[in-house]
Structure formats: structure tokens, C-alpha cells
Design a protein around this ligand. Structure first.
Ligand code: LLP
Length: 438
């Protein structure tokens, strides 16, 4: 987080509160989220996109992708900062409702929404449902008919652009479950199917090309293809398509060497692409939206652990690696195991020795892939009782957490202006026992 710093006494503090104090009050492991950091990133995206798209005569909306991390407090923060909310399940919708997010500010995603989820979404008056299959077009239309309303929908398409971190593929294999494919002519059929149902109002197209992307070229290629497709379809079918959604996926710095994209630069480039296409076709510019998740909540979150065992291991002929075990692991951060994700860490209760040693920070789970930080040079005097803080764990960590090995999930503590409060309490073993049947 932007407010993190090491005090003179060696303790790391965030938003003016020492992590040693957090550990004492709330225990470890704990997720800590810096409210000001989340709010300022939300604001930066909103302002950058609003400004760039106002300059081409339209409005831009930023939908926070709640899958990255959602609690009712976070839903309120982003709402207060002028963002909307993307939910992808009935559970996320329930949190949005609890937070009081207005229905019209909610977009609903998912490649296999259940009828009950669609009913809930329509009953709450969501502003858009992004449809992902022919079955779903019928399901949403049938539900809208039952509710006696017209459902606003977008069609999710795959454009053959796929981006992974530092590169993108312009003719990606479309062998994945999301969206209608441009390659096999499904998009025209999907449009026809939507337009044939008077209970549906087609707003436009949606595309999402991947996540943790550092390269602007993939976004630009996708935007170019998406707006071209939208204009062509609008013309062919003689309809007006007033909205366009460019998805999320902006990468964040997990390691000090990572260089994320600048939202303002992205906004300007994307606005330029949309403007040019609309100008050439001589049509009005649609209202544009994006759906960042990770880049809003990721950098402002950290995980705090307590060190237990420290074990030197002869890793190879010329390498002794220190294995530092902490009191959490793959149940609170599945990303190293799932995606070989790399993280950065530091001692949090003291600076530690200047002498560093090759270290692997590992969890407490009964599995050798239970890695927190794969490779790091860490103070060689790290010992039992020290606190370790892992950076940039605000996105897809609590969201992907499990109770593997019956380890209860850690709390989420928000810090702001020297104060700490519980967003999600720590799970207890009693919570786990309570799930058991008679
Ligand atoms: N919109 C749609 C339709 C999405 O599928 C996603 C992410 C987003 C927006 C937000 O993407 P973001 O800005 O957060 O990259 N668990 C993986 C990431 C999965 C992303 C799924 N979809 C991870 O931990 O890296």
C-alpha cells in the first residue's frame, strides 16, 4: 500500500498503525487492507476514464469486479468513489444488496448463471446482465417475461485476442468457455436471438481478454476489434447499440520490478480507438465501461503471518535454502500453487539483519506446493516469533481462500488514519464444526 513504511523502530506500519499492534489485536494470519489505497485507485480509474471519454463526447463507467475481493464495506467504498459493481454470482449480488449498491449500478456476469440468480438480479433491477450462451439468452428473456420487465443485456464475445501478463496473442485459440466466438459466426446468431425477444434490450458487446496484463497492445487490439464488430452489427441489424464494455485485466506490481500500466494513458489510448472507429462510421460514440478488479484492491492489501519454524535445507550442491514456515499458506493465498504467482515479503516486526540468505517462505499445509514466496533473499536472522508481511494480496487471495486442512480463514482488517476495524472476522474451528450434519 502507498501508506506502508518502516518506522525508526523497525516495525512496518500501514495507514499509521503498526503491524505488531495488528498482530496483537487480531492475531495472525490476517489480511490487512488499506482503505485509502483502495479508494484512491478507484478514484484514479474513474477520473481517468471519465476525463478521456468526456473528451470524445461520451460517458465512461468503471465497474469494480467484485470477484477480486468483495465485502459490503468494499462495495460501499467503491460506490462512494463513483464506481459501479460487477458481480458474477448470487452470493456477490447478496453482498452488493447488503451494501445498498443501487441495482442500476450493478452488472451481472457468469457463464452459467442459475435461474434463481437471474431472478434475483432482475428483481433487484440490475443495470445489465452480460449473456454468455444461447441458453442464457432464453433464460434471461423467460425470467424477464415472468417479472414483466425488459432486461438490459450485453453479449459477451471472444475476439481471438488473449493477453497474459507481458504478451498478447492476436489470434488466440478460442478453446475456452466464455463468450460467443467471432470466428465461427455465433455472434450474429446471438444478436438475432436477443433481438427476437422483446423482453430483452440489447445494450452492446462485452469483451474481457485476460488478467494481470502489463502490455497495452492487447487491450488496444481488443478495443479495435470490439468497436468494429459493434458498429458492423448495429448497421446490419439496423439497431442502436448504446454501450460497449472493454473488460478488466490491468496488471499490478507484485514484485518491485513489475511496471503496471497507467490508467490515464490507457484511457486516452482506448478513447482514441473508439472515437476513430465511430468517426469513420459517422455514428455517435457509445457509452464505454471497464471492469478492473485486481488493480483496485490488489496493491492495498497485505497478509501478515507469524513465523514458526526455520529450517536450512541443502537445495542443491551449491545452495542452502532457508525454509521459513508461517502460520497460513495456500489456504489463504492459493495463487502461488494455482498460477506459480510470485510475491514479495518483508519482516514486519523489525528490520532484521543486513545479511540476506536465499529463502523460501512456506505455509503450514500438508503439501509441498504450499508456497507463500518461492524465492527471496531474506534476513538471515529470521526466527520463530517474527512477523512476515506479504505485499499485494488484496485481490484473489481472500476471494480464493479455502479451509484446506480445516484451517479457518483469516480475518480481513481495514486500516485507515491510524485505526483498524474488522471487515470480515476470523473463522473459527466452531464455524467449521457447525457445518457438520447431525
Ligand atoms: N471482468 C471479467 C468478465 C472477468 O472475468 C474478470 C476477471 C474481470 C473483469 C476482472 O479482472 P481483473 O481486473 O481483476 O484482472 N484468479 C485469477 C484471476 C481471475 C480473473 C477472472 N476474471 C488470479 O488470481 O490471477
Amino acid at each position: 500500500p502507498r501508506t506502508a513504511r518502516r518506522r525508526d523502530d523497525g516495525v512496518v506500519e500501514i495507514a499509521g498503525i503498526g503491524l505488531d499492534e495488528i498482530a496483537e489485536r487480531f492475531g495472525t494470519p490476517a489480511y490487512i487492507i488499506d482503505e485509502a489505497d483502495v479508494r484512491s485507485r478507484a478514484r484514479a480509474y474513474r477520473e481517468a476514464f471519465a476525463r478521456a471519454f468526456a473528451a470524445i463526447g461520451t460517458q465512461a463507467d468503471v465497474y469494480y469486479a467484485g470477484k477480486a475481493f468483495l465485502s459490503s464495506h468494499v462495495a460501499q467504498w467503491v460506490t462512494e468513489e463513483g464506481l459501479r459493481l460487477d458481480v458474477c454470482s448470487g452470493g456477490e449480488l447478496a453482498i452488493a444488496k447488503k451494501a445498498g449498491v443501487p441495482g442500476e449500478n450493478i452488472g451481472m456476469h457468469g457463464n452459467n448463471k442459475g435461474v434463481a440468480e437471474i431472478d434475483d438480479a432482475l428483481a433487484y433491477g440490475v443495470g445489465r446482465i452480460v449473456v454468455d450462451s444461447f441458453e442464457e439468452i432464453d433464460r434471461v428473456a423467460d425470467a424477464a417475461a415472468r417479472h414483466g420487465i425488459t432486461a438490459p443485456v450485453m453479449i459477451r464475445v471472444k475476439l481471438g485476442v488473449e493477453a497474459h501478463t507481458h504478451e498478447f496473442i492476436a489470434t488466440a485459440h478460442e478453446d475456452q468457455k466464455f463468450g460467443f466466438s467471432a470466428a465461427d459466426g455465433q455472434i450474429g446468431d446471438a444478436v438475432a436471438r436477443v433481438l427476437a425477444r422483446p423482453e430483452l434490450h440489447l445494450l452492446g458487446f462485452h469483451s474481457h481478454i485476460g488478467s494481470q496484463i502489463f502490455e497495452s497492445a492487447g487491450f488496444k487490439e481488443a478495443a479495435t476489434r470490439l468497436i468494429a464488430l459493434q458498429l458492423q452489427v448495429a448497421k446490419e441489424h439496423g439497431v442502436e447499440l448504446p454501450e460497449l464494455d472493454l473488460g478488466g485485466g490491468f496488471g499490478i506490481a507484485y514484485l518491485p520490478s513489475d511496471a503496471p500500466l497507467d490508467p490515464a494513458e490507457m484511457a486516452t489510448q482506448l478513447a482514441g480507438i473508439v472515437r476513430e472507429a465511430c468517426q469513420n462510421a459517422d455514428v455517435a460514440v457509445p457509452r464505454v465501461s471497464i471492469e478492473p478488479g485486481r488493480s483496485i484492491v490488489g496493491p492495498g492489501g497485505v497478509t501478515l503471518y507469524r513465523v514458526g519454524t526455520v529450517k536450512p535445507v541443502q537445495a542443491s550442491d551449491d545452495l542452502v535454502r532457508t525454509y521459513v514456515s508461517v502460520d497460513g499458506g495456500m489456504s489463504d493465498n492459493a495463487r502461488p500453487a494455482l498460477y506459480q504467482a510470485d510475491y514479495h515479503a518483508a519482516l514486519a516486526n523489525r528490520g532484521g539483519s543486513d545479511e540476506l540468505t536465499p529463502t523460501r517462505i512456506v505455509g503450514k499445509h500438508c503439501e509441498s506446493g504450499d508456497i507463500v514466496v518461492r524465492d527471496i533473499d531474506f534476513p538471515s536472522d529470521t526466527r520463530d516469533g517474527d512477523l512476515v508481511v506479504v505485499a499485494a494480496t488484496g485481490a484473489y487471495c481472500r476471494a480464493l481462500a479455502s479451509q484446506y486442512n480445516h484451517v479457518p480463514r483469516p480475518p480481513v482488517i481495514a486500516v485507515a488514519d491510524g485505526d483498524a476495524r474488522v471487515l470480515l472476522r476470523r473463522e473459527t474451528i466452531d464455524d467449521l464444526l457447525a457445518l457438520e450434519g447431525e
